[in-house]
Design a protein around this ligand. Sequence first.
Ligand code: FMN
Length: 226
Amino acid sequence: MKKFLVMSPLLFLFAGCRSDEQVARDNEASSDISITTTSEVKNPDGDGKTLVAYFSHPVGTELDVTTGASVMEVNGEYLGLVEQTANWIADDVKADRFQIQANKVYPDDVGALIGEAIDEKNESQRPELASEIDNFDQYETIYLGYPIWNGDFPMAFYTFLESYDFAGKTVIPFNVHGGSGLAGTVETVNAELPDATVVSNALSISRNNIADSQQEVLDWVEEVRE
Ligand SMILES: Cc1cc2nc3c(=O)[nH]c(=O)nc-3n(C[C@H](O)[C@H](O)[C@H](O)COP(=O)(O)O)c2cc1C
């Protein structure tokens, strides 16, 4: 069974109004946690030339709209919505897949998470990544997946874009969002990767529709591969 969970837009407002004391408490809490994130290129059936690289951060595991959770349960595993989309694409095009993860533990509480992401954005942070791709040169086509965080990429996604040489590669963006659509991110990919060919027909799916969107994703893949 798939569960689909929705984040209240009000949480963005509450997160923006955190007191200094709250920020300090959250920072203290998150710095106490040891790093457990890992990611590596997964290659169940890849062609060695196509990569799906995505940032995805599943929030929550229970069906409760008041928590702001945003996950899908697939075969007993909780996946982020961008991750599920990335899996559909990678299975279809026979791509390697790589999850972009910051080398830090974000707060479980969604309000604190949004607040931390706002702090990262306001300070133009580039969080260190949990792992890297050894053989990036081999990829010719790279599908780039991301959620919208505070009207932008998560800052760790910028770290990824700025860590590799994309010259000569074809880049195909896709995102899942909570109402903001692409939020100008295709233009940002173009600005960040001036030597890549960035496909303008990016896929953008609302999290409210993701559970029923596999066919839309596959149809889009057919379009952008032509
Ligand atoms: C920190 C944070 C900030 C977010 N900011 C926005 C936003 O500005 N606009 C929007 O449409 N959705 C926003 N969202 C919702 C995510 O884009 C949406 O839930 C997306 O599906 C998450 O993908 P994931 O489950 O793969 O991480 C935000 C979510 C988080 C966790």
